[in-house]
Design a protein around this ligand. Structure first.
Ligand SMILES: Cc1ncc(C[n+]2csc(CCOP(=O)(O)OP(=O)(O)O)c2C)c(N)n1
Ligand SMILES: [Mg+2]
Length: 380
């Protein structure tokens, strides 16, 4: 047995310590798994992705790869700009989790709705927001999607039905439930995707929402991006039943456990949930197992996990995994990959220049978008 703590890409099984064990005993034992077993599992997942590749159009596959690379490079640039002091406030990067947003969005129609947490840059770009407006928002500039007043955590674009970017853990879950209620009430067949981290699952709002969604048959897809940490606290130290997908049983909701490092596995699972939602107005809960390669936010010293743990997960980097599989299937070569890299880097560079040149919000902007009918501060 290795001492290295790595969570398998599958629901926890029978080896899980009993619930009567102390939290520390559970945290100590739960993630220690046999490296040979892990390798075997990774091989199997690789084969599964290759089979899905065979069933997909090349053009679509390349588009998915480009989107993932775009988000990765966008986030790397955000980290750089943050270090240069061009981005202020909180900034939570999505590096490592790209396959989740990109795979999920590939199963949606453009008029479907999406809400997410503060870790929102990847979802915004995957939903079709312009990297220019997203970067300008991170810079707090007037050209940003929220006029520079929301920042990294509060991206928003009603034009593409991206309804935020929310800073309160779990706060977006009842909002998504309400959006799904509204679409059903208006008799449309739109679905709502709601993304949140596994720490949000401990909030009452999650349970109340799932209960109502099934009771009222709402077309809402709850996607838990289980990256295994809530800030510096591991899942094992914070959650009594760690198989998040099982929590759907309490509300009689359809659920799936999904490999979040495989963009095509995510697309397939979300596709099934979308079909259920459109055809029967039924909600779903997906637990998508993933891992964030960076700190919780840009100010996280990261001393709650080891470098070795991160590197172990990086072996299944979703971008590298997909690139390798596409290469092995002869769907992309090094030259084509270099072209994608170049066009992505140019796009991100343009976003940075746009953000740099965009003006600061005017002082009067302090009083706009606060209430529906703002009181004019200078009126007598
Ligand atoms: C209601 C509430 N409690 C606490 C916080 C502080 N907080 C911000 S992020 C976070 C961890 C959330 O982790 P998770 O839901 O797993 O999402 P991740 O950051 O891993 O994407 C906490 C506790 C908050 N923003 N809102
Ligand atoms: Mg988390």
């Amino acid at each position: 047995m290795s001492e290295l703590k790595v969570t398998p890409m599958r629901p926890r099984g029978k080896d899980e310590p009993p619930l009567t064990a102390t939290i520390d005993q559970r945290a100590e034992t739960i993630d220690v798994i046999d490296p040979a077993e892990l390798r075997q599992e990774h091989e199997q997942r690789k084969e599964e992705q290759q089979e899905r590749i065979e069933d997909s159009e090349r053009e679509t596959l390349i588009k998915l790869l480009r989107q993932m690379i775009l988000i990765r490079r966008f986030e790397e640039k955000s980290a750089e700009s943050y270090s240069l002091g061009k981005i202020g406030g909180f900034c939570h990067l999505y590096i490592g989790q790209e396959a989740v947003a990109v795979g999920a969005m590939a199963a949606l129609r453009p008029d479907d709705y999406l809400v997410t947490s503060y870790r929102d840059h990847g979802h915004a770009i995957a939903k079709g927001m312009s990297p220019d407006e997203v970067m300008a928002e991170l810079y707090g500039k007037a050209g940003g999607c929220s006029s520079g007043k929301g920042g990294s955590m509060h991206l928003f674009d009603a034009n593409v039905n991206f309804l935020g970017g929310h800073g309160i853990v779990g706060g977006q879950i009842p909002l998504a439930t309400g959006i799904a209620f509204a679409t059903k009430y208006k008799d449309t067949d739109q679905v709502t995707l709601c993304f949140f981290g596994e720490a949000a699952v401990n909030q009452g709002a999650f349970h109340e929402s799932l209960n109502m969604a099934q009771l009222w048959k709402l077309p809402c897809i709850y996607i838990c991006e289980n990256n295994q940490y809530g800030m510096g606290t591991s899942l094992a130290r914070a959650m009594s039943l760690q198989d998040v997908s099982q929590k759907a049983c309490a509300y009689n909701i359809a659920s799936e456990f999904v490999d979040g490092m495989d963009v095509l596995a995510v697309r397939a699972a979300v596709g099934r949930a979308v079909e259920r939602a459109r055809e029967t107005y039924s909600p779903s809960l997906l637990e998508v197992r993933t891992y964030r390669f960076m700190g919780h936010s840009m100010s996280d010293p990261g001393n709650y996990r080891t470098r070795a743990e991160i590197e172990k997960h990086q072996e299944r980097d979703p971008v590298k995994l997909f690139t390798q599989n596409l290469k092995e299937k002869n769907l992309i070569d090094d030259n084509q990959l270099a072209d994608i890299e170049k066009s992505v880097r140019d796009e991100v560079e343009r976003a940075v220049q746009f953000a740099d040149k965009s003006p600061e919000p005017a002082l009067e902007e302090l009083y706009t978008h606060v209430y529906a009918n703002p009181i004019k501060m200078n009126s007598k």
